[in-house]
Structure formats: C-alpha cells, structure tokens
Design a protein around this ligand. Structure first.
Ligand code: AP5
Length: 221
C-alpha cells in the first residue's frame, strides 16, 4: 500500500502512523522526523531546515523534495510506504506523482485525513513530549509516561519540541490553512481522500483508520 497521512499539526499523524504502518506492513516515512534527526545531528540539511521549523514555516521544496526522493528510492519503500508530513502542498503532491511514476511506474493508493479542530490541536501540542532516543510521542495529560519526562519504553529523556510554543503553533495552523488545506481539496477532487474523526482515545482512532483503509490494496492486512 502507498499511503499518505494528512491533517493539521497535532492531529495525531505521528501517533497513528506507527500503528497503521505496522498493521499494513510498510515503512513509516516522516519528513518532520527526518528533519529533526538532521537538526540534532547538526547536518547542513538540519541547519537549513531549523530556521523554518522554529518559525512553523514550511522548509523550501528544493530541500524537502530531494530528501523524499532519496528516501523513496530505498529498497524498503519500493513496494509500499506510509508518508507522514509529505506532501504538504499541491506542488509537492504533483512532484510525488512524478517520483512514483519514474521510480516504480506506480501511484498513490489513498490519502487518509485525520480531522480535528483547532482547540484540540492546541491542547495536544502544548502537552506533547517526545522521547529523545526512540521518538515515541507522549502527552502530559492524554498519554502520560509513568515517570514525568522519562520514556516508559526505553528510559530516554522526554523533551518539548521547539515548534510547540504558543506563537509557533498559531503560525503552523495558519500555514496549514493556507498551504495544506488546498492539498486536501486536491486529493478529494481526485477521489483519493478518506477522512476520519481523529478525536477520542488513540486506540479508537486507530480502529477507525484501519477500517477506513480496508477497501484499499493491503488495507485488509
Ligand atoms: P511535522 O513533524 O510533520 O509536524 P506537523 O505536521 O505540524 O505535525 P506534528 O508532528 O506536530 O503533529 P502530529 O499530527 O504528528 O501529532 P502527534 O501524533 O505528535 O513537521 C514539522 C516541521 O517540519 C514543519 O512545521 C515544517 O517546518 C517541516 N516540514 C515537515 N514536512 C515538510 C514538508 N513536506 N514540506 C515542508 N516542510 C516540512 O500528536 C500530538 C500530541 O497529541 C501528542 O502529545 C500525542 O500524544 C497527542 N495525541 C495524539 N492522538 C491523540 C488522541 N487521539 N487523543 C489525545 N491526544 C492525542
């Protein structure tokens, strides 16, 4: 299955991507995670991306598209993938179509939209904590670790993302409305979009997502 997850910042894309990718049996490819790994390693790509990420703006396409093109050419992504955070604009979606045609003579199967409102986004992002070593996502109220600021899974330190400050969240929501909402309309117009209510307990959202994917290739896995 070749699947894209879309939804506003904090919709739960990263949380759900892990479960869905495991269920469907494809690698999870998150552009945000790749950028953050480059930032923490201090690579040239990370240094370039950081200033945009800290403001909540999109990283320029020249950087982002080559990164995705290279990742999709890796052997584990040839037969399927779950993309989290790419594409985010209509031009990125058009480039993704070209990449899939050129590398594997194939196309996307489905785009899954996680639908939540802005108030819920703000509640989720302001309490998010991420493990520095395994990247597992926690929430101080909705999904707290047993010991504050320590990951239950590997004992790693939990940190708050720089782009989860109130003023940056506001800009990310505006960027989403201006640049990514048209992408959702684009996929809806092509009959590729399936939307689910992404509110309520994490497990309930996962069940809704898996049900929504059942009609698509490998979705019945
Ligand atoms: P990215 O990392 O993709 O950020 P995002 O899209 O803003 O999404 P988030 O990661 O903030 O949220 P999420 O939907 O994954 O929610 P999560 O599961 O963590 O991108 C970061 C930056 O990188 C961008 O701003 C941009 O600068 C750059 N970038 C990335 N891709 C790019 C591209 N294609 N082009 C250009 N630039 C790009 O959940 C959030 C919180 O809610 C967690 O604490 C979680 O525990 C909690 N939660 C989840 N589900 C539930 C639930 N059901 N109930 C209660 N709480 C829940």
């Amino acid at each position: 299955m070749r699947l894209v997850l879309v939804g506003p910042p904090g919709a739960g894309k990263g949380t759900q991507a892990q479960f869905i990718a495991e269920h469907v049996g494809v690698p999870k490819i998150s552009t945000g995670d790749i950028f953050r790994a480059n930032v923490s390693q201090g690579t040239p790509l990370g240094l370039e991306a950081k200033e945009y990420m800290d403001r909540g703006d999109l990283v320029p396409d020249g950087v982002t598209i080559e990164m995705v093109r290279n990742r999709l050419a890796e052997p584990d992504a040839i037969t399927g993938f779950l993309l989290d955070g790419f594409p985010r604009t209509v031009p990125q979606a058009e480039v993704l179509d070209d990449i899939l045609r050129e590398t594997a003579d194939t196309k996307l199967d489905v785009v899954l939209e996680l639908v939540v409102d802005d108030d819920e986004v703000i509640r989720r992002l302001s309490g998010r904590r991420t493990c520095r070593t395994c990247n597992h996502i926690w929430h101080v109220d909705f999904d707290p670790p047993k010991v504050p600021d320590v990951c239950d899974i590997d004992g790693g330190e939990l940190f708050q993302r720089d782009d989860d400050k109130a003023e940056t969240i506001a800009n990310r929501l505006q960027v989403y409305a201006e640049q990514t909402a048209p992408l959702v309309a684009y996929y809806a117009g092509r009959g590729m979009l399936v939307g689910i209510d992404a509110t309520g307990p994490v497990d309930d959202v996962t069940v809704r997502a898996i049900d929504a994917l059942r009609p698509f290739p490998a979705g019945e896995a």
